[in-house]
Design a protein around this ligand. Structure first.
Ligand code: SAH
Length: 364
């Protein structure tokens, strides 16, 4: 059984090396080459564990495609450009964006598509989805191997939430690294480790947290963001990050496990449930500052999609179709942009050199 073997190897590791930081646990559950969540299955869709925005409706990818075409023009329509997607899942978002790109032959002619994806299984799904797209596709294990000689246009949807976070527990005026250890019966449990967070850079209100409070940091997400910002500062380009998260650093636990659309305990089914954490967009924006590149103020997904014409595009898509199809489209719009659904929890953040006008983040 897959689960038991990942659990067994985690237990063995903890027995030999001692309690394991949450970040290691998350990295192993998602990325273990043999048993990691993203390595073994296609988690998306109604029969899978969760549904992402590109899988809800083609509207999402089409609106992001329109954003990318704007960004291509805003950076001066270069002759060559790398279109990059981080964590492309089934490849649906790239396929939908490329359909929009066809409306701008100069863009289509200039681009090569670069997919940053660690899962061999999802890579083959992406290959299949994109086989008729007409684009040349290159895969990368990380951003390190992305081209260095052309501007980058980067999109990432629900990618940063899958990168390992660290957790710290407030104890006696210090933040102790939260770890996974074993209880008397040998089951996985949370416990505070001994290593403490250097809290000198923390906002003062965070250090006023009560005993037992949990604080999360996202070193991997910040490092990826910083790398991209530096690349864009040197090579030109722009990036758009869409994910669930919060705009201001705060104390609180957001690490969650989801299996078949139902929340489960983080420790219950290692490798068989999706593990994610909400993205701290304040920290991400700080990591995205590499002069002249700056992050634009964060927007909700609902605002972002509506400002870029979600309703108009939905109207076109539904024109002349049956009432049932039109209802479906209305439902999808509500799901993507409705404040009670994905509209408010999900955020959009863009970055580019400060003198580039990025719609809809930079007012005309
Ligand atoms: N963007 C897609 C999928 C989101 S799920 C969508 O919106 O449907 C997260 C994706 O990131 C998956 O494709 C997963 O395999 C990939 N991924 C997770 N961790 C990664 C890492 N460290 N490096 C590269 N890709 C990663």
């Amino acid at each position: 059984m897959r689960t038991s073997s990942l659990r067994a190897s985690l237990v063995r590791l903890i027995e030999t090396d001692g309690p394991m930081p949450v970040s290691d646990y998350m990295a192993r559950c998602l990325g273990d080459p043999e048993h990691g969540y993203y390595m073994q299955a296609d988690p998306f869709g109604r029969s899978g564990d969760f549904i992402t925005a590109p899988e809800v409706s083609q509207l999402f990818g089409e609106i992001l495609g329109a954003w990318i075409v704007h960004a291509f023009e805003a950076i001066g329509a270069p002759e060559r450009v790398a279109l990059v997607e981080l964590g492309p899942g089934r490849g649906t978002l790239s396929a939908d964006m490329l359909r929009v790109a066809r409306l701008r032959p100069a863009f289509l002619g200039a681009l090569t598509l670069h997919l940053v994806e660690t899962s061999p299984r999802l890579r083959s799904a992406q290959k299949k989805t994109l086989q008729d797209s007409g684009a040349a596709v290159d895969w990368h294990d990380s951003t390190a191997t992305l081209p260095r000689d052309v501007p980058l246009l980067v999109v990432a949807n629900e990618f940063f939430d899958a990168l390992p976070i660290r957790q710290f527990v407030r104890h006696d005026g210090a933040w102790l690294e939260r770890c996974i250890g074993l209880d008397d019966s040998g089951a996985l449990r949370f416990q505070a480790g001994v290593a403490a967070l250097d809290d000198t850079d923390l906002a003062p209100q965070l250090n006023a947290a009560p005993e037992g409070a949990v604080l999360e940091t996202q070193p991997v997400a910040n490092a990826v963001m910083q790398d991209l910002a530096e690349r864009i500062a040197g090579q030109g380009g722009a990036a758009l990050v869409v994910d669930y998260g919060y705009g201001k650093s705060a104390v609180g636990e957001t690490l969650q496990a989801v299996r078949r659309h139902t929340p489960v305990s983080v420790l219950e089914t290692p490798g068989d449930a999706d593990l994610t954490a909400h993205v701290n967009f304040e920290a991400l924006a700080r990591a995205a500052t590499a002069p002249p590149v700056v992050a634009r103020p964060v927007m909700t997904q609902g605002d972002f999609l509506l400002k870029l014409g979600l309703l108009e595009r939905a109207g076109q898509l539904g024109a002349g179709r049956s009432a049932r199809i039109q209802d479906g489209i209305r439902n999808d719009v509500e799901r993507l942009a409705g404040p009670e659904q994905m509209g408010n929890l999900f955020k959009a953040m863009a970055l580019a050199p400060g003198d580039i006008r990025l719609t809809p983040f930079d007012a005309a």
